[in-house]
Design a protein around this ligand. Structure first.
Ligand code: SF4
Length: 385
């Protein structure tokens, strides 16, 4: 079972450079993958463990860089392995200036330190870094793969390239494919829910020839303005983030608004956003959701809520039709329409064969994990009961 350490970096310098600046900047670039805590392990020292964002420790960076000085972050020899189905991404890069190999969850970490992406680490591949360079062994490559489709709609950074697919380009294509498959008639304006859905909204608007506008903006100066609501574990914090979204009345008032979002998980943000849009004078609110209905927890590394908390499960437990699920969920959320993507349209837009992608959180088919889970409450999932 994959643990919830979703953003990882392993670094080894062949020329004995202190890799700590690279580690810190790479971790900062992976911050969207988790916001609760972070840490660094180097040989012969107790690991550094911190709560909160990496940037919150900015005043200590110089001390950390000196105190944990090392040519490697993890151990004297660094090992990096990817799960055998390729659920989670892992990429290999190289920083020429310091002759440093880096493995990271996403290639956006390489862009942050001006390193080059070499390639994806294969599912079931283990890489070993030491003074002789990098060597590779494949322990098990289980086909078909099960690359997480949710990475492409929500989780990954748009600049990242995973399985040779740029996430931004994939998101824009998802919007275009949705417009072809599910055109909303009579829409006056297409707006994204910030931030992950922005490229998909642009693709949808361009394909439909409807104006694309920014109708909702995050208040970046509020304490949690740059946080992501779905990966916040506590309801109070999620509400705090959503209430930091401000409408632009001139864009919304009197319009039939098509709003594009990446997913509906608990429904907290979608309900608040619909309310914000209606209060700002929207005539109708139609939601286009780039990911299919989320009804099952993830056991492959994404910190999902328990099944009971998932809105599409609460509203439409065994319903097969996405149209019916959308109609039921729209009543709870207060939107006029909700259109969910489907797995085959999403796979075609991403550009990876459907059978090579994981959609378990939508389909409930856990065969790629080889388990039949018993669904637990959130506190049971966290080991608190
Ligand atoms: S269950 Fe969902 S979130 Fe988890 S790996 Fe599969 S697609 Fe990704």
């Amino acid at each position: 079972m994959v643990k919830e350490n979703c953003g990882v970096v392993g670094v080894f310098s062949l020329s004995n450079h202190n890799v700590l600046p690279i580690v810190i900047d790479s971790l900062r670039a992976l911050q969207h993958r988790g916001q609760e805590s972070w840490g660094i392990a180097v040989p012969k020292k107790n690991p550094l463990k911190k709560f909160g964002l990496v940037s919150e420790a900015a005043s200590e960076f110089q001390i950390i860089i000196k105190k944990y000085r090392s040519h490697a972050a993890d151990d004297g020899t660094v090992y990096a392995a990817r799960d055998t189905k390729g659920f989670r991404p892992l990429v290999l890069g190289y920083h020429k200036e310091t002759e440093t190999y880096i493995v990271a969850s996403e290639s956006c970490a390489f862009s942050a330190v001006a390193a080059q992406l070499i390639r994806d680490v294969d599912p079931g591949e283990v890489l070993k870094f030491n003074g002789n360079g990098v060597s590779s062994e494949h322990f098990l490559n289980e086909k078909p793969h099960a690359h997480c489709a949710f990475e492409y709609t929500y989780f990954a950074h748009p600049s990242s390239i995973m399985e040779k697919v740029n996430v931004y380009a994939a998101r824009k294509r998802i919007g275009q494919f949705l417009a072809k498959r599910f055109p909303i008639k009579g829409g006056d304006v297409v707006i994204p829910v910030p931030d992950s859905a922005r490229p998909a909204a642009l693709g949808y608007a361009q394909e439909m020839s409807i104006p694309f506008e920014e109708g909702l903006l995050k208040d970046r100066y509020s304490k949690k303005g740059s946080f992501r609501s779905f990966i916040e574990p506590f309801q109070k914090n999620r509400l705090e983030i959503t209430s930091g979204i401000l409408p632009i009345r001139d864009v919304i008032a009197g319009k039939n608004v098509v709003v594009v979002d990446d997913s509906i998980v608990r429904g907290t943000s979608s309900t608040a956003i619909t309310r914000i849009l209606k209060l700002a004078g929207a005539r109708t609110v139609s939601m286009i959701i780039t990911y299919p209905p989320v009804r099952y927890p993830c056991y492959a590394g994404i910190d999902f809520p328990s099944q009971a908390e998932l809105l599409a499960y609460q509203e439409a437990k065994d319903e097969k039709s996405n149209l019916v699920i959308g109609s039921k969920v729209s009543k709870t959320i207060g939107a006029d329409h909700i259109i969910y993507n489907d797995t085959s349209t999403l796979a075609r837009a991403i550009g990876i064969a459907e059978e090579e992608l994981c959609f378990t959180c939508s389909t409930g088919d856990y065969s790629s994990l080889g388990i039949k889970p018993t669904f637990k409450s959130r506190s049971q999932m966290k080991g608190q009961e």
